[in-house]
Design a protein around this ligand. Structure first.
Ligand code: ZN
Ligand code: ZN
Length: 419
């Protein structure tokens, strides 16, 4: 018998963390943070009890609290090689921005990196009596589904899941095995994404229009994944104008170039990266908005990051545009901009003159894709639904119970289940 304890990411998007215990072994699946003004952490686990940690992908809501276990311990931590490279960059940046609130420092991050075990997709691995492998999750380069077997039970954890191809990564396939338990995300359990190719054409057309009128199109986007996807969308749809990338883009682009096996179109990616201007400092940054072109800069929700500087430069001129490409959490700068057309610029709440629009380039499965994925699974697994806001976990769990006739729950934090 295996027990699953949900430590975070229940009825929320953030701080994903699951403790899996077999008769002999204790393993953590992800240990992320909740990104708020002050970072939030999953429920506590004693480091000395753990035999291993598996990280599905680099995003901080799955990886950001892992260094907590490396104050003294030497626990093996498993992920794909590109995930470790990206985690290192993301957590370094996180420590710089939030060190005051963090119960760990660079030393713990280094210690964590020293205990890493890199796995290729499909490579068989074990921690104690738990056997497992990572397979492509389609969400960002290196993102993984985890397929585990312990005490005769087969368990699937999706991490963040995308079943459709994007320019950057191939979509996830439904694993062929029969499962006894499935833990699945539900970010978009209530919403279908629009037809991707249509959105890409419209978006690229708008950017082209702005730039050919002498304007700047600011595209606030997260530095890992979304920024690179936006560049690929623009170039693949024939946009030939200038593209400037800011934020951690240089480091992140290099990591992706060094791990081509985790990219769907590695050759094009290299070519497109060569065509972009990478901001190396304030000289480049000040110069960028003075010329017509597209600027891709974090943060994706206009909460901090260099996108705020660019907003000050572009927002008050109607020949410019601000195109949001991520989900906007209610209350963030980006959400407020969409709702009210206003933004705080240099301390003053002002009306934005630039065009404002949002395009859906999500890297998560939409409602229909989540359902198709679940429908495609073999066996009669119990289904646990996580990683969804505002009733989405329950929505998907109820659908599974009613439509698929499987046992399904949206667990609360601290709940333990026997499989
Ligand atoms: Zn993610
Ligand atoms: Zn996530």
């Amino acid at each position: 018998m295996v027990s699953l304890t949900f430590l975070g990411g229940t009825h929320e998007v953030g701080r994903s963390a699951i403790l899996l215990e077999s008769s002999q072994t204790k393993v953590l699946l992800d240990y992320g943070v909740m990104l708020n003004d002050e970072p939030g952490f999953p429920a506590h686990v004693r480091a000395s009890e753990l035999d291993g940690i598996i990280v599905t992908h680099a995003h901080l809501d799955h990886s950001g609290a892992v260094p907590l276990f490396y104050l003294t311990e030497r626990i093996p931590v498993f992920a794909t090689p590109i995930t470790f490279d990206l985690v290192e960059v993301l957590i370094e940046d996180f420590i710089k921005l939030s060190s005051y609130f963090l119960p760990y420092e660079f030393l713990e991050l280094q210690n964590m990196m020293r205990n890493r075990v890199e796995l290729r997709y499909g490579e068989k691995a074990r921690i104690g009596d738990i056997r497992f492998k990572l397979i492509n999750a389609g969400h960002i380069p290196g993102s993984s589904l985890v397929v585990l077997e312990a005490d005769g039970q087969r368990i699937l954890y999706t991490g963040d899941l995308n079943t459709r191809d994007t320019h950057l990564v191939r979509g996830a396939r439904v694993p062929g095995e029969e499962f006894d338990a499935v833990i699945i995300e539900s970010t978009y359990a209530d919403e279908d994404h629009p037809e991707r190719s249509e959105v890409e054409k419209e978006f690229t057309g708008r950017v082209r229009g702005v730039v050919s009128n002498g304007g700047v199109a600011l595209i606030p986007a997260f530095a890992v994944g979304r920024s690179q996807e936006v560049l690929m969308i623009l170039r693949s749809n024939g946009y030939k104008g200038s593209v400037v990338m800011d934020g951690m883009a240089r480091k992140v682009n290099e990591i992706m170039l060094n791990n081509p096996q985790f990219l769907r179109r590695a050759k094009s990616f290299g070519k497109f990266i060569d065509s972009a201007k990478i901001v190396r400092g304030w000289r480049d940054r000040r110069r960028a908005p003075r010329r017509p072109g597209a600027i891709i800069a974090p943060s994706g929700m206009l909460e901090g990051g260099t996108a705020i500087y660019y907003m000050e430069q572009v927002a008050l001129d109607e020949k410019n545009a601000v195109f949001l490409v991520s989900y906007q959490i209610p209350g963030t700068g980006g959400d407020k901009l969409l709702e009210t057309g206003r933004f705080v610029i240099k301390g003053r709440d002002q009306e934005v003159k630039a065009q404002v629009a949002r395009y859906d380039f999500s890297s998560h499965a939409g409602k229909t894709e989540l359902r198709e994925f679940l429908r495609g699974l073999k066996g009669e697994p119990k289904v646990y639904v996580l990683h969804g806001a505002e009733g989405n976990c329950k929505l998907l769990a109820d659908w599974v119970a009613e439509e698929l006739g499987l046992e399904a729950v949206a667990p609360d934090s601290g709940d333990t289940f026997k499989v």
